[in-house]
Write a protein that binds this ligand. Structure first.
Ligand code: URQ
Ligand code: ZN
Ligand code: ZN
Length: 483
């Protein structure tokens, strides 16, 4: 099956140019103007549209067991919804229960993810510490294609880890050539504030943001950054929601520290007024952590993306339906934390990013695909439109529009945090492994077609480079016999 995408403007992180893209055997074979269509090739007319690397969502939680229930979206429906929105790869999370084997959890998540219809990979959460965890991290890097380890600094009495574990695990990441990632909220402060707020008789969703003020996030972000700095470990902070965490990242980056930050599409557009909505279900549907923030934080996050101080966008797609959210009907701390967005991220970011002039099309590609591919070491296989890369592409119609709604979305959840939002800029075609999986409003996905994508450790790349350089260095070139 070969495919020629003809007449479009290819947009990459580097720039844009009128070019056709020819794909065969699941990879890009040629990029250039006026390509011929070999006999039998399918031709997609991309005239007047952009051809970009398929979106990479580096933060999802399909069918996550969490807070006494399981996220409603599974790996098939979630990767299908991603295709409908122009995203062609997700990086999800293996989250072992504390005191359980990381390798066993990894195998469990691999089994769950086999039904995916598009490519996927996993960060692995370090939710406890022991010599076994130390060894398993090595196995995961060397034999399972994992190069990123997650640490929850919140969720006390569940998956939160103390500083001691952060230190040991970050040091192990540095040793292995892996990147440490964190959910940065001070879980002890959250727990204390939750008890205080409940004591005052506040049990509704309005209590959620009160228990997780921005300072709680800023403190944890800074703490993780300083630990990583002392240990020389690269660090990626997920779902930065406020000025306090971004300021910590900017300071570190100005000092030359290797710290990366992620922003969620939700945090870029939704503010904390949602928690004061009179309808309990509406407010509870927005309970996620860190919470949606006061409005001024959105512009701050946009500026951080524009300035390159935040590098990626994601969704933290972790869906719970109304009956699940109702588990916290009398106690907001029992409302399962999480919201969706995997289908809407790309259009929301194009409309509010490129559509407003905040982002150029190339910057859009960087923050929705290429930067994540580079940070998690799968570039240029992913996140590029280049010969040899996987044929994961999106044909983007900048004039197309749609209204986002739970009534029409493909996400397996009964709520949409972007409900009613009109967006201009939509995928006319999504191509996964060279196959058109979304076309003019119709999914054409195959359960199980998705592949697990190995992500090599970083120093292995440096070792490879070192070998290449050594081979080139003058010392290794046999000297001509003296004249
Ligand atoms: O914290 C996370 O990233 C997971 C558990 C999803 N839930 C959330 O509220 N962000
Ligand atoms: Zn989180
Ligand atoms: Zn998450």
């Amino acid at each position: 099956m070969s495919l020629l995408i003809r007449g479009g403007t290819v947009v990459t992180a580097e720039g844009s140019a009128r070019a056709d893209v020819y794909c065969a055997d699941g990879v890009i074979k040629a990029v250039g103007p006026n390509l011929d269509a070999p006999s039998g090739a399918r031709v997609v007319d991309a005239g007047g549209q952009y051809v970009m690397p398929g979106g990479i969502d580096p933060h999802t939680h399909m069918q996550l067991p969490f807070m006494g229930t399981v996220a409603s979206e599974d790996f098939f429906t979630g990767t299908a919804a991603a295709a409908a929105g122009g995203t062609t790869m997700i990086i999800d999370f293996v989250i072992p229960a504390p005191q359980t084997s990381l390798l066993t959890a990894y195998d469990q998540w691999r089994e769950w993810a086999q039904k995916s219809c598009q490519d996927y990979s996993f960060h692995v959460a370090v939710t406890w510490w022991s010599d076994e965890v130390y060894r398993d991290m090595g196995t995961l890097v060397k034999d399972r294609g994992v190069n990123s380890f997650k640490h929850f600094m919140a969720y006390k009495n569940a998956i939160m880890v103390p500083d001691e574990n952060l230190v040991k695990s970050f040091a192990r990441c540095q040793e292995l050539g892996a990147i440490a990632t964190v959910h940065a909220e001070n879980g002890e402060l959250v727990f204390h504030l939750q008890q205080e707020i409940l004591k005052r008789g506040i049990t509704g969703p309005e209590g959620h943001p009160l228990s997780r003020p921005p300072e709680v996030e800023g403190e944890a972000a800074n703490r993780a950054i300083r630990i990583a700095q002392v240990l020389g470990a690269p660090l990626y902070i997920v779902h930065n929601s406020c000025k306090e965490s971004v300021e910590a990242i900017i300071r570190a980056r100005l000092e030359g520290q290797r710290v990366y930050g992620e922003a969620l599409a939700g945090h870029l557009l939704i503010d904390d007024s949602v928690y004061r909505h009179p309808d309990w279900n509406y407010a509870a549907a927005h309970v996620m952590s860190p919470p949606f923030r006061p409005k001024e934080n959105q512009e701050y996050l946009w500026r951080a993306l524009q300035s390159g101080n935040l590098q990626t966008t994601a969704t933290d797609h972790c869906c719970f339906c109304a009956d699940q959210k109702a588990m916290g009907r009398t106690d907001f701390t029992k409302i399962p934390n999480g919201t969706g967005g995997v289908e809407d991220r790309m259009s929301v970011l194009w409309h509010h990013g490129v559509g407003t002039g905040r982002l150029t099309p190339s910057e859009f590609v960087k923050v929705t695909s290429t930067n994540a591919a580079q940070i998690f070491n799968i570039y240029p296989r992913k996140g590029s439109v280049s010969v040899g890369a996987d044929a994961d592409l999106v044909v983007w119609d900048p004039e197309g529009s749609r209204t986002i709604s739970a009534k029409t979305h493909h996400q397996k959840v009964d709520f949409n945090i972007f409900e009613g939002m009109n967006v201009k800029g939509i995928p006319s075609h999504t191509i996964s492994q060279g196959k058109v999986v979304w076309e003019k409003g119709q999914l054409n996905v195959e359960q199980g077609a998705g592949r697990y994508i190995n992500r090599p450790p970083f120093h292995s790349m440096f070792e490879a480079l070192a070998k290449v350089n050594a081979a080139r260095s003058p010392r290794s070139v046999p000297r001509k016999a003296a004249q």
